[in-house]
Design a binder for this molecule. Structure first.
Ligand code: NAD
Length: 320
């Protein structure tokens, strides 16, 4: 049975999860809304005021900023992270509710390395918030270690989270989006609800960083994977893109700073300062909101004709 049998009915559902907050109810059947908001035959998605995004790794850092930004843009949000981060997800849902906009928010914990958990995440989002428009596969890990010291477990874990995790998120989201299209297919056949798949790459997907070898390889793979998703899913009006941040002041860079400091004999905070000073043309370390601004564009209708791209947002480190 398709995961999304009766879209109009589901749109009127009151979310059952205690982590879900509904701020405004709309009962217009989705096929009517798609038609009403479609300005042209090339329309691929409804306006952001009627759209749903899943953001993984949303408990903190870049993912949290993306979830808040997309909510401000009018997206309803399913925020996801590891089960241990449930309290942070719940507080994010509360914060989105406090924005006072017309969006809804829902939290569902999932480990992105588990296809079953990612499938459940997508189904939970659809049940709570309605058809899925955008998947932001943001969750990721880093590790500072010389290539010659990497264990097979280090390497496998990196690829499992950063590459397979993106694939499972894109795959489950795309299947959901295609099922929705089949449910929603309108008699005119000219307004198809498309979809947007967006992944976290990194500047190391363009120029690797010493001591971040397997991380660099994983992000390079994300860039390639997004391109193939773009090729294979274009016929479903689903786009796939990635964002490539530089040096963003989050827990992940704290870990990288610690690792580089340990290796080079630098004090805490010295590595991030050094690389920010030496490498970033715009002269400041990035903040998560810098990245969220780019993702906001990639998730918007202004990006409907953009696919297969990885956009750098690094203040001027890498020039593509
Ligand atoms: N911080 C940077 O400078 C930087 C630069 C380039 C790219 N990125 C990428 O941006 C993304 C977000 O980075 P961040 O700096 O916010 O990192 P972060 O470590 O602050 O947050 C990552 C989040 O992902 C979650 N996560 C980790 N493994 C998971 C799993 N298996 N399943 C579900 N969730 C999981 C963590 O719990 C955490 O909340 C990552 O993919 C990272 O590689 C970050």
């Amino acid at each position: 049975m398709p995961p999304f049998r009766n879209l109009p009915a589901l749109r009127r559902l009151t979310p059952s999860s205690s982590s879900s907050i509904r701020l405004r109810t709309t009962s217009i059947p989705c096929h009517l809304r798609t038609l009403a908001t479609a300005p042209a035959a090339t329309t691929t998605a409804p306006p952001s005021s009627d759209r749903v995004a899943i953001v993984t790794g949303a408990a903190r850092g870049i993912g949290r900023a993306i979830a808040l930004r997309l909510a401000r843009d009018g997206y309803s949000i399913t925020a996801s992270d590891l089960p241990a981060q449930q309290p942070q997800l719940d507080s994010l849902v509360d914060e989105i509710a406090s924005l006072g906009t017309a969006v809804r928010a829902h939290a569902h914990a999932a480990d992105v390395t588990s296809p079953a958990e990612v499938g459940a995440l997508v189904r939970s989002s659809a049940s709570a918030l309605g058809p899925l428009d955008t998947m932001v596969a943001n969750a990721g890990i880093a590790q500072v270690k010389p290539l010659l010291e990497l264990t097979p477990a280090d390497f496998t874990r990196m690829l499992e989270v950063n590459v397979a995790g993106v694939h499972y998120c894109f795959q489950a989201a795309a299947r959901q989006m295609i099922a929705q299209q089949q449910e929603e297919s309108n008699p005119g056949g000219d307004a198809i609800r498309g979809g947007k798949l967006i992944a976290a790459a990194s500047i190391v997907a363009f120029k690797p960083f010493a001591l971040l070898g397997h991380y660099s390889a994983s992000k390079w793979a994300v860039r390639g994977l997004s391109q193939v998703y773009a090729m294979e899913l274009a016929r479903h009006r689903i786009t796939a893109n990635a964002y490539a941040p530089g040096i963003v002041d989050t827990s992940m860079w704290e870990l990288i700073d610690d690792g580089l400091g340990h290796h080079h004999g630098r004090a805490k905070g010295e590595s991030i300062r050094k690389y920010s000073d030496e490498l970033i043309a715009l002269g400041r370390t990035s903040v998560p909101e810098d990245v969220a601004g780019l993702v906001s564009f990639l998730a918007s209708r202004d990006a409907d004709y953009v696919t297969g791209q990885t956009y750098v947002v690094d203040g001027g480190i890498i020039y593509t």
